[in-house]
Design a protein around this ligand. Structure first.
Ligand code: NFS
Ligand code: SF4
Length: 655
């Protein structure tokens, strides 16, 4: 594609450079395939194609008698609702299965069967154990770890009817009651997903609202799975602390063995980090200057947060890392790895290494990763990468010299440590006081993917800049964080250029006390997509400190380029928690006014959170800001009234 054409598809300058070059060597990428797929089928786009049984596909044409329902008689609203919640089932499965693997590894580590892993963060383990009610007095850390891991595994399949532990111990009483009354409290993660597939089987549930509530139960199972994944990953590998690193294709080093970790599960990528350090000498012996590890997608975010490994790309630009001709191996675990990367590997010397028995790509090298032999497996992979280094084709190497500084590693704990420098007794009040004083207008969390339907990275960056100008405190996870990183918004550069006066003063005040050897960023990187649990922890503790329920808190979320089933399940639990959530891509809901209305309006009446679908970043930013302003305004009024009449602020009003 030409440079001019590419500039309309992405705002990432490194992507423009790489893709314009791709045009010369006639490699097709997802950018070309998106074009080739146009026009996409409007039945699918609006959610009214049903393939749930093999009498179908049934496609709904509302104006045509006989075609206004599926063969079985399913209406558009049933079909749209069933289709959308099945995405949630997919997302919840992916996140929670990742969480389950972490829980198993913690258990096996405690039992002594996973010798390469250890309990790195005992403090976090003990905190989690306290929260979920595991006795600790006089007990060895290993025994506590075992109990915590078992408790986590029970959340997947326990047979009582009590709420899942990781949900029940992390939300407030108001939400507990809300979920109880709307019957969406999951009692076991696996059951919620299975039940949802049952509920949406042909001839089970035809009631769109009931189907959606079934979907929300699975969404809360998704929350449960990712929350425990974050907790237990921190226990195994450490809770992230601020780190300085870089992002974009310029992080590749022509003189070193370049290895990319791609996917989601840090059980492997973290081992690869250790193995790369140990095998540095082997790389030098092979003629390289060392090993350069880079990250892609969320496993990249995991090792960025804990080890300062630089990010090469987010989801949308993953193919381009191979197109530099300088990537020796791409190591993948699970989720969001475009199979198209293999086509590119075929044109370069790069090897694609698959490591999971549920995630293989024909033609790639498969080295099964096993927790019992984790370090050996990781070393085997690194040695393969070193071998590939010698096979590079010098003429094909082209690394765009573009990268930005990233100051990341802001786990919930790291953020509180930072706030504690100003108020050690009540760190969270540093943020909530700034909101009450009007210096900060609220918080917006960015999450989610890239989507070829949007201009790569554009909406995420635009909305962040707009909200920063208006003094909104910003946090991010996932590939949205990748977009912001490549644009320099995860560094001080962003503060200088875009922070409004209130936000700038707030960040500078923190910076003076931070004790870090780096300036603070405009947007605080809180991790991978499972780490949206860290963001949930932030809002729930803000609400607790302000003595209000979450749906009254000036807190919004945005997934400007959502793509995956996981993004849909996250967005769904975000709204059930009472947080308005913008999505910058229209999901397949428009085939039913009723279902669309449930997600954008009825959800608000029931949960306080709701979806804002808007593909225009400027107007989306305005809507998000309006929502923050309204919530902050209501909060002030109720506070003033409470002070005037010497009462407590009204808990019941709608936020
Ligand atoms: Ni989240 Fe992370 Fe990225 Fe989207 Fe995929 S990598 S888990 S799903 S594309 S943000
Ligand atoms: Fe058609 Fe009904 Fe089967 Fe769907 S479930 S494919 S609407 S017959």
């Amino acid at each position: 594609m030409s440079t001019v054409e590419m500039e309309k598809r992405t705002v990432d300058p490194a992507a423009v450079e790489m893709l314009s070059a791709a045009c010369d060597c006639k490699i097709l990428t997802s950018w070309d395939r998106y074009k080739a797929q146009q026009p996409q089928c409007k039945f699918g786009l609006t959610g009214i194609c049903c393939r749930i049984c093999i009498q179908g596909p049934c496609r709904i044409i509302p104006s045509k008698p006989g075609q206004d329902k599926g063969i079985c008689g399913a209406s558009a609203f049933t079909i749209v609702a069933r289709n959308i919640v099945r995405y949630i089932a997919g997302g919840a499965s992916a996140h929670s299965d990742h969480g389950r693997e972490i829980a198993y590894t913690l258990l096996h580590t405690a039992e002594g069967h996973a010798k390469d892993y250890k309990i790195t963060d005992e403090k976090k383990l003990r905190e989690v154990a306290d929260r979920i009610g595991i006795a600790q007095e006089g007990r060895d850390v290993v025994d506590v770890a075992k109990d915590v891991a078992v408790k986590a595994l029970e959340d997947f399949g326990k047979y009582d009817h009590e709420p899942c532990t990781w949900l029940d111990t992390t939300i407030d009483e108001e939400r507990k009651q809300k979920f109880k009354h709307t019957q969406i409290t999951p009692t076991a993660i696996d059951r919620s997903v299975t039940q949802l597939l049952h509920q949406t089987h042909i001839g089970t549930d035809a009631d769109p609202v009931n189907i959606i509530f079934g979907g929300l139960k699975a969404a809360l199972a998704d929350y449960t799975g990712m929350y425990l994944a974050t907790d237990l990953t921190d226990v195994l590998f450490g809770t992230p602390e601020p780190v300085i690193t870089e992002a974009n294709l310029g992080v590749l080093d022509a003189d070193k063995v370049n290895v990319a970790v791609h996917g989601h599960n840090p059980l492997l990528s973290q081992m690869v980090v250790y193995a790369a350090r140990e095998l540095e000498k082997d790389a030098i012996a092979a003629g390289a200057k060392g090993i350069n590890l880079v990250g892609i997608c969320c496993t990249g975010n995991e090792v960025l947060m804990r080890e300062g490994i630089p990010t090469a790309s987010n989801f949308g630009s993953q193919e381009l890392v191979i197109m530099t001709g300088a990537l020796d191996a791409m190591i993948m675990d699970v989720q969001c790895i475009a199979p198209g990367v293999k086509d590119l590997c075929n044109c370069f010397h790069t090897i694609l290494v698959t490591t999971s028995n549920i995630s293989k790509v024909p033609g790639s090298v498969h080295i099964e990763f096993n927790e019992a032999t984790a370090m050996d497996d990781a070393k085997k992979i690194i040695r393969l990468a070193i071998e590939q280094f010698g096979k590079r084709v010098p003429d094909k190497i082209q690394i765009p010299q573009l990268k930005k500084q990233v100051v990341g590693g802001f786990s919930y704990e790291a953020l509180m440590d930072l706030f504690a420098k100003i108020n050690p007794d009540n760190p969270i009040s540093v943020l909530t006081d700034a909101i009450e004083a009007g210096e900060i207008k609220g918080v917006c969390a960015f999450a989610g993917c890239n989507n070829q339907k949007t201009i790569h990275d554009h909406a995420t960056i635009t909305i962040a800049k707009e909200l920063a100008k208006k003094d909104v405190f910003l946090v991010s996870t996932g590939c949205a964080a990748g977009a912001l990183a490549k644009a320099g918004l995860l560094s001080a550069e962003g503060v200088e250029a875009y922070a409004g006066p209130g936000l700038k003063a707030f960040i500078k005040r923190l910076e003076e006390k931070s004790g870090l050897n780096a300036s603070l960023p405009l947007v605080f990187h809180m991790g991978s997509c499972v780490d949206n649990s860290r963001i949930a922890r932030l809002w729930s503790n803000m609400a607790k400190n302000m003595n209000i329920p979450v749906p009254q808190l000036p807190f919004v979320a945005s997934a400007p380029e959502a793509m995956s089933e996981k993004a849909i399940s996250i967005g769904s639990w975000v709204i059930t928690m009472g947080i308005p959530c913008h999505v910058g891509v229209l999901p397949p809901l428009e085939g039913s006014e009723l279902v669309y209305g449930v997600t954008t309006q009825i959800a608000r009446d029931v949960f306080g959170g709701y979806f804002i679908f808007d593909t225009d970043p400027e107007s989306a930013a305005q809507k998000l800001y309006d929502r923050l302003e309204k919530r902050a305004w209501k909060l002030r009024i109720h506070k003033i009234a409470a002070e005037k009449y010497d009462s407590t602020p009204d808990q019941g009003y709608e936020g």
